[in-house]
Design a protein around this ligand. Structure first.
Ligand SMILES: [Mg+2]
Length: 287
């Protein structure tokens, strides 16, 4: 397989690995340094099967499948259909903002009424699924529209735009420093003071000071921090999911970035052999 395709596949498999590794520690306190969680074993507060996809991987797959079937074009109603079908299967974990948006899709409300826009709706529910857009050379507007299917706060869309441009930089084979600078440059271009401050702060952070909450700004910050601080895919994921809290989503976002940067061979085989949607991701990318 060509190097770049290899990294594209690794981006999405990496997301799944981070999601399934972190699922064990979702909502938990940070683990002590001498007792880190390192294997995809399921369990956790929601009692996952080992290697099961949580909402992060599920939602990424819905977006990926739609983009592949629609040849890279964002088709809002096609994605909404996938989201409605997913929610009807009663998944174990669904974010509040995502759930209320899907319910409005189901009621047949017009598209502008799907997302919440309030101050308390700046969760990472769109960030967790947006990675496939990095495969299709999309505009800022497309990234924003994808976000606004469920998350209407401008900071959510800005976070997604920064993340997609950062993934594109990693997929293009740039250095780690360049990838980080892409994120900073994008935050400044979008004039989002919260994101500028958060991303500028990364070199001064420690693991203890890094927040892994469901706030989209924290999630992007934590993923970039773990990417910069460690020298491998495996170390970045292990270190960051062991901070607990929204560990599965922080793991998923970190996994996508590290997969895009390090490529397929950097993903531990023991993790690849455990994740349940590996073949599905490979099949969709080969269409
Ligand atoms: Mg999840």
């Amino acid at each position: 397989m060509h190097l770049k395709n290899d990294n594209k596949l690794a981006m999405l498999l990496g997301l799944h690995c981070g999601d399934s590794l972190g699922a064990t520690l979702e909502f938990c306190d940070p683990r002590p340094e001498d007792d880190l969680h390192t294997e995809i074993i399921g369990g956790g507060p929601l009692n996952w099967e080992p290697g099961a996809p949580t909402d992060d991987t599920d939602l990424m797959l819905i977006l990926l499948e739609s983009l592949v079937l629609k040849k890279g074009v964002l088709n809002h109603h096609h994605i909404a259909k996938g989201l409605i079908k997913w929610l009807s299967r009663e998944p174990l974990d669904v974010g509040n903002t995502t759930r209320s948006a899907i319910n409005r899709m189901k009621e047949g409300l017009p598209i502008e009424q799907w997302p919440d826009i309030g101050e308390w709706t700046q969760g990472n529910g769109s960030l967790m699924r947006t990675a496939p857009l990095a495969l299709f050379k999309v505009s800022d507007e497309t990234i924003r529209e994808q976000c606004e299917l469920t998350h209407g706060h401008p900071t959510c869309a800005d976070t997604d735009i920064i993340f997609i441009r950062t993934l594109e930089s990693a997929l293009a084979g740039n250095t780690k420093q360049d990838v980080y600078e892409t994120a900073l440059k994008e935050a400044r271009r979008l004039h989002n003071p919260v994101l500028i401050e958060s991303l500028e702060d990364i070199p001064n952070q420690t693991y203890e000071s890094t927040k892994t909450s469901g706030f989209c700004v924290h999630t992007l910050n934590a993923a970039l921090f773990a990417f910069i601080m460690e020298d491998s895919f495996e170390e970045s994921l292990i270190k960051i999911v062991n901070r607990g809290d929204d560990a599965d989503t922080v793991g998923a976002v970190t996994g996508a970035l590290c997969g895009a940067f390090y490529g397929f061979d950097a993903i531990p085989k023991r993790w690849l052999n455990t994740i349940q949607e590996k073949e599905n991701i490979e099949r969709l990318l080969s269409l």
